[in-house]
Design a protein around this ligand. Structure first.
Ligand SMILES: Cc1ncc(COP(=O)(O)O)c(C=O)c1O
Length: 417
């Protein structure tokens, strides 16, 4: 920490904004597609709608839905629209959370408390997940005194369902499948996981944080998207991030539960203090009204037609990248990604050295460890116009590594550090 004192006097807005702009001088240029992670861009029009809606409800608080029926309506619409999109029945229920991590946390808390009633013999509740599941499951397990068993994936990088079945113990309460998994971009065999969950009386959570607002549209475009949502029997909860492919402001995700009867296991209620009953469904207390309003506004602005248009553009860019990267000597696409998350491996080339070369050419490069690769986290509209430049620089980087037999200085991969 740099020791600076709390500013004594205030700063006029003009000088203030100048200082803020100066602070971002070295931020990655996401508008020019230089990073395939963290920012989900859907064009200036969508951004403006999200910002304006956020600004209008900037001060309102999602903790006080009685005081703000507007936010209640927005949240109810978001839940109903998402349930419709993800094949949930009329009895489904849900909540708008602050992000994928909170949606996953709440799914695990709901499953844990459900198991306390339904499976009282469970001592230390466990979750069985593919190794590719997001770290949020372990983070939540840490807070909730649960345990995650991570099981190696199959040769196609999808959940190995027989291996997951073999890992179930008397303490298992939940199975996890991703749609898609972040490292590999593949959608698991959710029907097989659903059948296993039903047979063993377990809770199946589908983590569609990445794919929830993309896969249904990609399927409508004619791509072969396997069943992954509530249309699969056995799915009890799903997480789907509005702030990823919902293209809204950060701080918005949906957790859906298949049935209203599960809601009491989600909600936290407390009455033992002098201020009356406190009952919330989220981990957060106060919730930004702006994030809920912006999500509603973007969904309403885009509609199915707008999301289809964006999905088409993103998938065409994905197809182009798969084709052109696959043709670069020494590089290959990891597995057969279903959506817009791509891993790029190296054959006879140090792929981490390629990543470093690409970084030197002005790209913010993420890597993965198994298999070693460059990770194109999530493609959005920011990448459409720059895909050609990316492929050119990637090819030049691979060529430089081969010609000079370069070795990487670091083999670390990180995300969110
Ligand atoms: C598959 C998957 N699940 C969950 C998350 C966590 O989402 P968040 O960063 O919004 O908490 C991510 C983030 O990238 C993800 O890729």
């Amino acid at each position: 920490m740099t020791p600076t004192r709390f500013p004594q006097s205030g700063l006029a807005p003009t000088a203030l904004y100048e200082e803020m702009e100066a602070a971002r001088a070295n931020d990655v240029d996401w508008r020019r597609g230089r990073v395939a992670l963290y920012v989900h861009y859907a064009g200036e029009d969508v951004l403006e709608v999200a910002k304006e809606a956020y600004r209008r409800f900037f001060s309102e608080n999602g903790l006080g839905l009685k005081a703000f029926p507007s936010l209640r309506k927005f949240e109810e619409d978001i839940i109903a629209w998402t349930a419709d999109l993800l094949g949930a029945g009329p009895d489904a229920t849900g909540v708008v959370t602050s992000g994928g991590t909170e949606s996953i946390f709440l799914a695990m808390k709901t499953a844990r408390d459900w198991a306390r009633v339904e499976r009282p013999q469970v001592k230390q509740p466990e979750v069985v997940a593919p190794v590719s599941a997001h770290p949020a499951f372990d983070k939540a397990a840490h807070y909730l005194c649960m345990r995650v068993r991570r099981i190696p994936v199959g040769a196609d990088f999808r959940a190995d369902v027989p291996a997951m079945a073999a890992a179930i113990t008397p303490d298992t309460v939940m199975l996890v499948g991703s749609a898609p998994s972040f490292p590999y971009g593949v959608i698991e065999g959710i029907p097989a996981l659903g059948a296993l969950a039903r047979e063993r009386g377990l809770w199946l959570h589908v983590d569609a944080c990445v794919g929830g607002f993309l896969a249904p549209f990609v399927r409508r475009l004619g791509y072969p998207i396997p069943p992954f949502d509530f249309s699969v029997q056995g799915v009890r909860s799903m997480s789907a991030d509005l702030h990823k492919y919902g293209f809204t402001a950060k701080g918005a995700s949906v957790l859906l539960l298949a049935e209203q009867s599960l809601r009491p296991f989600l909600t936290f209620e407390f009455d033992n203090w002098p201020r009356g009953k406190y009952a919330v469904a989220t981990f957060a207390g106060s919730r930004p009204g702006g994030a809920i309003a912006a999500a509603w506004a973007v969904m309403r602005y885009l509609g199915v037609e707008g999301y289809l248009r964006l999905a088409k553009s993103i998938m065409e860019t994905r197809d182009r990248l798969v084709r052109e990267i696959g043709a670069i000597p020494g590089l290959y696409i990891v597995g057969a990604p279903d959506l817009s998350v791509l891993g790029v491996g190296g054959r006879g080339l140090d792929i981490f050295a390629v990543a470093e070369e690409l970084g030197r050419r002005g790209w913010f490069v993420s890597t993965m460890t198994d298999p070693p690769g460059i990770h194109l986290g999530m493609l959005t509209l920011a990448h459409v116009a720059h895909a050609g430049e990316y492929v050119r620089d990637l090819a030049a980087s691979a060529e430089a590594v081969r010609a000079q037999n370069l070795q990487a200085r670091s083999r670390e991969a990180s995300y969110g550090v």
